[in-house]
Design a protein around this ligand. Structure first.
Ligand SMILES: Cc1cc2nc3c(=O)[nH]c(=O)nc-3n(C[C@H](O)[C@H](O)[C@H](O)COP(=O)(O)O)c2cc1C
Length: 173
């Protein structure tokens, strides 16, 4: 069975330890690339049909409004099926102490019975914020492993952290 690295990530303007910077590849996407390379997995980028604004302040307000309204933003596309995958590495940025609502859209679209989900997130201080439990609640019948949380400002020097986490992911939980 193949492995899939499914992730949500946003480029454009972001906030790094006190200052704004415009980036072309988002933090979570960088971690997703490291994981895909290490495990030889395929990748799927979870993208909203209508992306949030490139401007950081507008984006955080849009994401906050979507969380408060508990909406499920429409996605640009879905994988046809997850039948070929038994292990899914699921990556997302921490948005307001939660996953972006588009990740809920993605998770609720599939039957996760018998699959293993390896959550990983990037953040600026909040870590995983209990998102592993939320994933387990939605993805009935899946095994959800201990997640990986990497501070977004540190992704470029996190290769070793990712490798160590991956080597522990075979352990049953
Ligand atoms: C809408 C929004 C909300 C965020 N909320 C939080 C938060 O509650 N806690 C936190 O630690 N970081 C928060 N962040 C920071 C992101 O989690 C962090 O920059 C992450 O690495 C972005 O990943 P990306 O570049 O893959 O999109 C937020 C960022 C955005 C854009």
């Amino acid at each position: 069975m193949a492995k899939l690295v499914a992730f949500y990530s946003r480029a454009d303007e972001n906030y790094f330890g006190g200052q704004y910077r415009s980036i072309t590849v988002g933090n979570t996407e960088k971690v997703a690339n490291m994981i895909a390379k290490a495990i030889g997995g395929e990748q799927f980028k979870i993208e909203q049909k209508i992306p949030y604004a490139a401007d950081y302040q507008t984006c955080i307000q849009q994401a906050k409004a979507d969380k408060q309204a508990n909406v499920r933003p429409e996605l640009a596309a879905f994988p046809v099926s997850l039948d070929n995958y038994d292990e899914i590495y699921l990556g997302y940025p921490n948005y307001w102490g939660d996953m972006p609502m588009a990740v809920y859209t993605f998770l609720e679209a599939f039957d996760w019975t018998g699959k293993t989900i390896h959550p990983f997130c990037t953040h600026e201080g909040s870590g995983l914020s209990g998102t592993e439990r939320k994933i387990a609640r939605i993805c009935k019948g899946a095994r959800v492993t201990d997640g990986l949380a990497i501070c977004g400002s540190n992704v470029d020097r996190s290769t070793e952290t990712v490798r160590t986490w991956l080597s522990g992911q075979g352990d049953r939980k």
